[in-house]
Ligand binder design. Structure first.
Ligand SMILES: C[C@@](O)(CCOP(=O)(O)O)CC(=O)O
Ligand code: SF4
Length: 404
């Protein structure tokens, strides 16, 4: 891979060990994927934050990077960069019942990232809270649902980075130019036509089905109705979890659908039809619990928007919830929810707005829960494997049960 003079200086250690190690990662990735050169990025989003997934080895790696004397404290990252969810609510872990030892380690991890200049906003929906690239910007994001959103709905360009690759990109302000950074790789390769209109959890079910079908391909959807951003967020998250999708197009909705190559797909009859019963069956199959009530209803996968929190507040207003309820989001969206009075409504009903974390990366398996209620197909797909717990997949209004 070609490096310019400045990049060579970075690679040769002129700016210290952390920049050198980061450049080594980028060059190794570039060589593996046959990138010709590096491209400047405008933003990074870094996964690999939960103590549950990176453990002590991850913490040591980050502390080692952060200890480099050549770095400007708290400003090593060259571009605006945010973190993926952590394993706990960083501020309120004690009152929410998160294990103390785990929570202490978790805060150490996030502090190490902070010392590297990565914003301690721990969220998988950074595009709701200020980490918002422009159309056609090159970025390095790693959370798979956020990658799908930023590529597809915003039209910025990223590969599905791993955590270390995204961190290296943040520190160098660059990423290898291959894959979805190149126009020619952004064409669709399967057309998905819907037979009937869909809404709510159907989007996750659709993404789950199509992700299995296309693997790491680029699906092109022809829907029978318009979608909300929340629905597209759920679609992309599910596509990226059952398959390895990084980019999708929705006719008349996403910014690059027009140049995605629909005519070619039709010419080659490269299409499938999804029926109403396909969606209904998938919704049913995403539940693996025989129970009809969840101990914990956990919403906000990917992290909830203010609009979603408002809808939950409307469901629980002036009632008392039987299950435990977590609505997972970022500190930023929670601040807006506090001001709007939604947090108070949800807390008065017995629920919690939980920041920085989620049902997949929190140690919920050690917190006494057995059956988790989710309205996210991605969470329904991951919770049994990553947490070993059973799930019920349904709309929030059906999952939340009330005391009589
Ligand atoms: C499951 C996921 O959403 C969260 C866990 O990832 P991590 O701990 O940030 O590496 C990651 C992903 O889908 O990219
Ligand atoms: S599992 Fe869902 S809520 Fe958790 S980080 Fe991934 S997308 Fe976000």
């Amino acid at each position: 891979m070609y490096l310019n003079k400045e990049e060579e200086r970075m690679y040769n250690g002129f700016y210290g060990d952390t920049v050198r190690k980061s450049m080594e990662i980028l060059v190794a990735l570039g060589d593996i994927y046959s990138a010709e050169k590096l491209v400047n990025i405008t933003s990074a989003q870094i996964s690999g934050v939960s103590y549950k997934t990176i453990g002590d080895a991850g913490l040591e790696y980050l502390e080692d990077l952060a200890s480099d004397k050549n770095l400007n404290r708290n400003s090593a990252a060259k571009v605006p960069s945010t973190l993926n969810p952590a394993g706990t609510d960083l501020d309120n872990w004690k009152s929410l019942g998160f294990p103390p030892k785990f929570s202490k380690k978790q805060n150490e991890i996030v502090d190490a990232y902070g010392m590297l200049g990565i914003s301690k906003t721990c969220t998988c929906t950074p595009y709701l809270v200020g980490n918002v690239p422009k159309f056609r910007d090159h970025v390095a994001w790693s959370e798979s649902s956020a990658v799908a959103y930023v590529n597809s709905v915003i039209g910025a360009r990223t590969n599905r980075e791993g955590g270390p690759g995204a961190l290296a990109a943040a520190i160098c302000g660059k990423t290898p130019m291959y894959g979805y950074h190149l126009e020619e790789n952004r064409k669709a390769n399967l057309l998905i036509e819907l037979e009937t209109p869909i809404s709510g959890i159907d989007y996750g079910a659709l993404g789950y089905m199509v992700g299995k079908e296309v693997g790491n391909g680029v699906p092109y959807f022809v829907l029978k109705n318009d979608s909300t951003n929340t629905e597209l967020k759920a679609l992309g998250a599910a596509l990226a979890s059952s398959g390895a999708v990084a980019l999708y197009h929705v006719e008349n909705e996403t910014p690059e659908y027009d140049s995605a190559g629909k005519t070619e797909l039709l010419k080659n009859n490269n299409k499938i039809l999804i029926t109403d019963s396909d969606i209904k069956n998938t919704c049913e199959n995403l539940t693996n619990s025989s129970k009809n009530e969840a101990d914990l209803v956990c919403l906000g996968c990917p992290h909830a928007s203010l609009e979603e929190i408002k809808n939950i507040a409307n469901i629980v207003k002036n009632k008392k919830i039987k299950n435990d309820l977590w609505v997972c989001t970022s500190i930023n969206v929670k601040a807006a929810s506090d001001r709007m009075g939604y947090t108070k409504i949800i807390e008065s009903a017995g629920g919690h707005i939980v920041c920085d974390t989620c049902m997949v990366v929190a140690p919920i398996e050690d917190m006494g829960y057995e059956t988790i209620g989710v309205n996210s197909a991605k969470a329904a797909n991951y919770v049994p494997n990553m947490c070993g717990l059973d799930v019920i997949f349904d709309e929030a209004k059906n999952l939340i049960k009330f005391k009589s």
